[in-house]
Design a protein around this ligand. Structure first.
Ligand SMILES: [Zn+2]
Length: 430
């Protein structure tokens, strides 16, 4: 006799099931130690972790300039400071002299708290001592255990020199079983002439004109890197102005239709598009200088319709795009929505988006990715998101009970498995 749940049961069982379900984190910017460790002082490591990286995350750089004006600390002076000095500045101004109530600040507190540290310290000294006792390799295990993440998906931008050199030096750099690779290729669509110049320097016979030779050679380039990295999908970040089809850009359309789509269809790999970031509206702030803009959902519809043999992971940065995107996903089985990206990764908006998606798509979407750049962020991003997803699910199960449906623990386990792991895995395999 199955055990039917009542409303009171839900408030304890739903959070418990979500906490126990491991997450496959489908988009991060985290790396295994083989890519170099940021804490070794060389300044070259791609794996970022520890208190100074956490506190100098670009969200917090933007936020500290809300409270310490540029007239007091010019931005070039900030960049000339050491990372530890930058972190001290941010800690003092955002965590000690103000209440750290914003989501990015709260994330640091949750992370410290879950690591067993007291988040009320007035300086970073004790945290630095604690982190100095960790090794990167063991710390990754600790973070994955605390976040209950079973696999971390990297982002591997082959057109970025530090990244490509890591792979060229040693193919096995990506072999850590805790991590999976994703081939990221923004310049092929955003800057075709620039991408062509780089590919020809790397020995590919390509030209700016769209000749058959260029098409074949660019396919060879993609296939080489997909094999070499053992990449599980291809990704791009695109501006709000992205349109498909479009007659305004030089090669974007033809790169997609004649090169990328056939390569991915043949290999059965999805194409992930993250659309809506206006890069560098304030370049002095570097990574903190990007902005959001509304994107064009109809372009995604055009791609899904024109390329039914291809699979698309889509996330958009603007809150205003989310409803239309859900409706688009109702039409196309080759479209999988994922995550609450960047400026959307705030409790109020995660809640709204998760409700909207559940109501329009049932459980057939991927509610969240961490987008962690600093490894430690996995701890808070999944803690905060699991909590919100759980609250929304409790409401939805209550509605089912009102409708006479008998909710069982099995149902909740199945839904959690789909949303936190299997929707991603199954879509990759489909
Ligand atoms: Zn990202």
């Amino acid at each position: 006799m199955p055990d039917y749940l009542d409303r009171d049961d839900l408030t304890t069982i739903v959070p418990d099931v979500l906490a126990k379900q491991p997450v496959t984190d489908m988009h991060t910017h985290c790396y295994p130690p083989t890519f170099g460790d940021s804490s070794d002082g060389s300044g070259e490591g791609l794996l970022l972790w520890g208190i100074d990286e956490l506190v100098t995350y670009h969200y917090l750089i933007a936020e500290v300039y809300r409270v310490v004006p540029e007239s007091e600390l010019p931005i070039d002076k900030f960049w000339a400071m050491t990372k530890a000095q930058q972190a001290d500045h941010i800690w003092k101004n955002l965590f000690v002299e103000r209440t750290p109530i914003g989501e990015a600040c709260r994330g640091v507190l949750t992370t410290l708290h879950k690591l067993g540290l007291d988040p009320n310290e007035k300086t970073l000294d004790n945290y630095r001592k604690w982190f100095a006792q960790q090794t990167a390799d063991q710390y990754i295990d600790r973070v994955m255990e605390l976040a209950n993440v079973d696999s971390i998906t990297m982002t591997n931008p082959v057109f970025d020199d530090p990244e490509r050199l890591m792979w060229e030096k040693n193919q096995k750099v990506g072999d850590d079983p805790r991590f999976e690779a994703v081939l990221r290729i923004d310049p092929l669509l955003r800057d075709w002439p620039g991408a062509v110049a780089k590919m020809s320097a790397w020995g590919y016979d390509v030209s700016v004109e769209f000749t058959q030779k260029t098409i074949d050679e660019t396919k060879r380039f993609l296939n080489h890197w997909l094999d070499y990295m053992n990449a599980i999908y291809v990704a791009m970040s695109l501006p709000p102005e992205f349109r498909y089809p479009s007659d305004s850009d030089l090669a974007g359309n033809r790169f997609v239709s004649d090169i990328l789509m056939p390569v991915l269809a043949e290999r059965g790999l999805p194409f992930a598009m993250m659309i809506g970031c206006h890069q560098q509206v304030k370049p002095e702030l570097r990574d903190a200088g990007d902005m959001v803009g509304k994107s064009d959902v109809q372009s995604v519809v055009s791609l899904c319709r024109e390329f039914p043999k291809n699979k698309f992971f889509i996330t958009m940065l603007s809150r205003e795009n989310q409803h239309e995107l859900c409706v688009a996903a109702r039409k196309f089985g080759n479209l999988m929505l994922f995550g609450c990206w960047w400026f959307l990764n705030n409790p109020s908006i995660i809640e709204e988006m998760t409700r909207e998606r559940l109501e329009l798509l049932g459980t057939s979407f991927i509610p969240q990715h961490s987008d962690a750049r600093v490894l430690d962020q996995l701890v808070y991003k999944w803690d905060h998101s699991r909590r919100i997803i759980g609250e929304v699910l409790i409401d939805k199960y209550n509605d089912l009970i009102t409708a006479g449906y008998r909710v069982q623990r099995d149902h909740i386990e199945r839904d959690a498995r789909l949303m936190l792991r299997d929707n991603f895995r199954d879509f990759c395999k489909r």
